[in-house]
Design a protein around this ligand. Structure first.
Ligand code: ADP
Length: 549
């Protein structure tokens, strides 16, 4: 702006100066011309009535050094010239001023002389005898006048430029100061009327920016809140594979410091496959891999970002991987468990069909086949129940169930078996109810009582206690049986785990009883505890949330 004002001012002043200088030179030149003509006329006119002889005599006496005096006879012969020998001059009859003076009595004019390189002013006067008196005086031409004025003009222009510079500086400061004083944070008021539309636009834009900024901030806060509450880890890396953002889960998983932003991903996770996938994602290719991180298994997804860089998602698949492993093992175990009774049934049936069994042994074979088939059925029932529980017992109904009544029913159902095993079965307890699925609860009681009877000693006892315990309902099944060795205690809830396989088989066990019990407890959000001393007995305590009245 300063430069523009300075240039405009300088240009304006310089043009004005030059125009003024030209004007003055023209006026001065015209003035000078008029003065010269007047002087020439003043000197010549006294001779208007004189003749050649008088004039010659007069001019012989008077000497004008600043003027050329020429006396020309009526025929053009030069009679006298004060600057040169008249005899050497040619006939002057053809000269314009001479012609005009002969015709009109007098004439004046100017002509540029190549000889003296000056403009010469003439005044010619016809004398009484017809001779012509011509007075001439050189005048400076207008360009000369202008040239002589030029140094002064140049100095003035330089002075004007200097003044313009100072004035432009001050002017700019004075013009700009109110604009600079505008507070961009506050509502702008126009310092000049001409700026009112701009002030209005600035205010509208400021308001729009403020709204947009607020939107962006709230959007960012929402995004941050979402990403930070996510269980999945999220990392964003830029095109140079440097960390841009990591949510709380990712920070926790990879032990990322809060000041790690901007650091290379190499310092975040030093894993070749991870870094290779990251580079590919930065170049626009999606990818995924499974990694063992911290104490879990993670599926890591790499996606390219539109504006370079990549986003990495860490999904905890530990449970899924574990469940898959369990399912694989379960399938293998199920096949194995099913194969044993089936092989036995097939073998016995083959012997029977080939007629290789003595008629007296036939009842034994039929009983064997029946027992194996019964085992097969209870195995399949347990497997189906297990699968149902694995699916989260979908669709099962939870109601308020009386534990004491369910316990009584279970004891009644197991009384016959207890008698067979010569075990005394006793129920203790107080009324108490739990929010549960009655069928599952029955299954839980039956399985626990069944084990307590099966793995007991002849003449032993089983005691079932139910009742409230603080905020919970408690079921305690305690026996005086063979007990469970310490090293097996942690595993008896696993599927198909048996401490003594042959005893379990003999008693019709499937190896799924306690696994089913544990699952039922989990589905009811309860807890199960085991205490056992080999040779002395086992106590299993189940705690279930009490039904709210
Ligand atoms: P099973 O069908 O073989 O009884 P369970 O899952 O019910 O399978 O039990 C797993 C194993 O735990 C049993 O094989 C047995 O060895 C042991 N067990 C369970 N309950 C008792 C108990 N009350 N006393 C001693 N051992 C037990």
């Amino acid at each position: 702006m300063k430069k523009r004002i300075f240039l405009s001012m300088s240009l304006l002043c310089t043009v004005c100066l030059l125009v003024l200088a030209c004007l003055f030179c023209l006026i001065f030149y015209n003035q000078l011309s008029a003065e010269i003509y007047s002087e020439l006329r003043g000197r010549a006119l006294p001779f208007a009535t004189a003749d050649t002889a008088f004039a010659q005599q007069e001019f012989g006496r008077l000497t004008f050094t600043d003027m050329r005096i020429t006396l020309i006879a009526a025929d053009g012969t030069v009679l006298y010239d004060n600057t040169t020998n008249a005899a050497n001059l040619p006939n002057h009859l053809d000269r314009t001023e001479v012609q005009q003076a002969i015709a009109n009595g007098s004439s004046e004019g100017s002509r540029y002389s190549d000889t003296v390189q000056q403009e010469i002013y003439y005044y010619a006067l016809r004398l009484s005898d017809g001779a012509i008196l011509r007075l001439a005086k050189p005048n400076r031409n207008i360009w000369g006048i202008f040239a002589s004025a030029l140094p002064l003009v140049a100095v003035t222009i330089v002075a004007v430029l200097a003044v313009s510079y100072v004035v432009a500086n001050k002017l700019t400061r004075r013009i700009v100061a109110p604009i600079s004083d505008i507070n961009p944070q506050a509502e702008a008021t126009a310092p000049y009327d001409e700026l009112t539309p701009y002030a209005r636009t600035i205010n509208a834009q400021r308001r729009r920016i403020a709204t947009q900024l607020a939107d962006i901030n709230s959007h960012n806060a929402t995004m941050q809140a979402i990403t930070n509450t996510m269980n999945e880890g999220i990392i964003i890396a830029d095109s140079g594979a440097n960390l841009v953002m990591a949510n709380n889960s990712a920070k926790k998983l990879l032990h990322i410091n809060s000041n790690a932003t901007g650091q290379s991903m190499l310092t975040v996770l030093r894993d070749v496959s991870f870094l290779q996938q990251l580079q590919q994602a930065i170049q626009g290719e999606r990818g995924e891999l499974t990694m063992n991180l911290a104490d879990g298994i993670y599926r890591v997804y790499f996606s390219p970002l539109t504006k370079n860089g990549a986003v990495i998602l860490f999904l905890d698949v530990t449970e899924r991987a574990h469940a898959e492993k369990m399912r694989r093992e379960f399938t293998a175990n199920v096949s194995h468990e099913l194969k044993t009774p089936l092989t036995s049934i097939y073998g016995n049936a083959e012997l029977l069909t080939n007629g290789m069994v003595q008629p007296s042994d036939l009842p034994d074979f039929y009983i064997k086949i029946k027992n194996e088939a019964a085992r097969l059925i209870s195995l399949i029932e347990d497997i189906m129940l297990m699968s149902y529980l694995d699916e989260g017992a979908a669709g099962s109904e939870f109601i308020e169930v009386s534990l004491l009544d369910t316990a009584k029913a279970a004891v009644r159902a197991m009384a016959e078996k207890a008698r067979r095993y010569q075990i005394s079965l006793q129920l203790d307890g107080s009324p108490c109810s739990a929010y549960a699925n009655p069928t599952m609860l029955q299954e839980l009681f039956t399985n626990l009582l069944d084990n307590a009877i099966k793995y007991n000693q002849k003449g032993g006892s089983v005691c079932l206690t139910v009742g409230p315990s603080g905020q919970n309902a408690q079921i305690i099944v305690s026996d005086t049986g063979i007990g469970i060795p310490a090293q097996a205690q942690a595993r008896i809830f696993e599927r198909f785990y048996r401490v003594d396989t042959s005893r379990s088989r003999e008693t019709g066990g499937t190896g799924l009883g306690l696994a089913i019990v544990k699952h039922i407890v989990m589905v009811h959000k309860g807890e199960i505890k085991l205490e056992s001393t080999p040779g002395e007995g086992t106590t299993i305590t189940v705690t279930l949330p009490i039904a709210e009245k």
